[in-house]
Design a protein around this ligand. Sequence first.
Ligand SMILES: Nc1ncnc2c1ncn2[C@@H]1O[C@H](COP(=O)(O)OP(=O)(O)OP(=O)(O)O)[C@@H](O)[C@H]1O
Ligand SMILES: [Mg+2]
Length: 338
Amino acid sequence: MDSDGSGFIELDGIEKVFDVRRKAGLLRRERHQVRAVDGISFSVARGEMVGYIGPNGAGKSTTIKMLTGILTPSAGRLRVAGIDPSRERTRLARRIGVVFGQRTTLWWDLPLIDSYRLVHRMYRIPDKRYRENLERCVELLELGELLDVPVRQLSLGQRMRGDIAAALLHDPEVLYLDEPTIGLDVISKARVREFLRDLNAQSRTTVLLTTHDLTDIEQLCARVMVIDHGRLVYDGALAGLHEVGESERTLVVDLERELPPVELPGARVVKVEGPRQWLAFPAAASAAPLVARIAAEYPLMDLSVREPDIESVIAKMLSRRKVPDPAVSEEVAERSAL
Ligand SMILES: Nc1ncnc2c1ncn2[C@@H]1O[C@H](COP(=O)(O)OP(=O)(O)OP(=O)(O)O)[C@@H](O)[C@H]1O
Ligand SMILES: [Mg+2]
């Protein structure tokens, strides 16, 4: 809770509808509306690090753009640090940092350090603070050798680290990250994650993180929000997603030889490859009784348990959620009124 008793980031019934025109024949253009965000409410406390995930086109980037003030909501109430973002975008800009993984905020043709000097001036960062923050970012993000290199010559991973530093030079209280690890190799991803984890732990920076890489979420966010078709469909602990998604763990057994699928109550064989078999069982159940029975009844060489991957858990959860068809609900309402 923030000092006034509410969350640091507060959304209440936020909607964003885009008016789009599309071609309908040679000359005619049809207007139609895209409901990108469809009534979202949530609250994030100061210092939290929250994952904001969902399929392509779910409305994640649109939400982040409203939180920065780039876009104005079509309906609902929005506050970040007590500020209405679209009304007071400049005042808010001093308190937030944004990284869009898909495009850079750095000056393409200038050496990295020149972008930082421009940020220094634009945000009127006190000299001492600027120097301290720059020094810290350069050290932790390993930017030392890159400062004199024009941004266009940086690799994607180097550029991303450069962007993250640029977003942090003015000590923002909130950091929005829209796919900060997109396109990065495993080592660069690990480096970015480690930096973000330390930032959140040490500076208590509030972080809202959008990503398609669920390892980001697993390693960084205790809380995750799932958005689908502009609506929030889950808000809670990462572990809770497994329950909602009815997730399964997998027991991988290596038998001494090829055998027909193992038959055990409480588990089902999902794959067989030579003497190796994969058995799925409910994630909430203990593996111990299964292991005991297999060891007693089959010629067992080795076994291991695999945790469910979140991607499939989310896919399962979304596929089971039926988006209500307005025509059908109207019909149901009419019938029940009879
Ligand atoms: N400026 C715009 N004009 C019209 N439609 C838009 C605009 N921006 C976004 N949309 C539409 O709004 C919906 C949500 O888009 P958004 O970019 O927020 O999705 P996203 O969750 O960030 O997806 P992705 O994972 O692909 O980045 C999509 O249907 C998109 O086409
Ligand atoms: Mg997006």
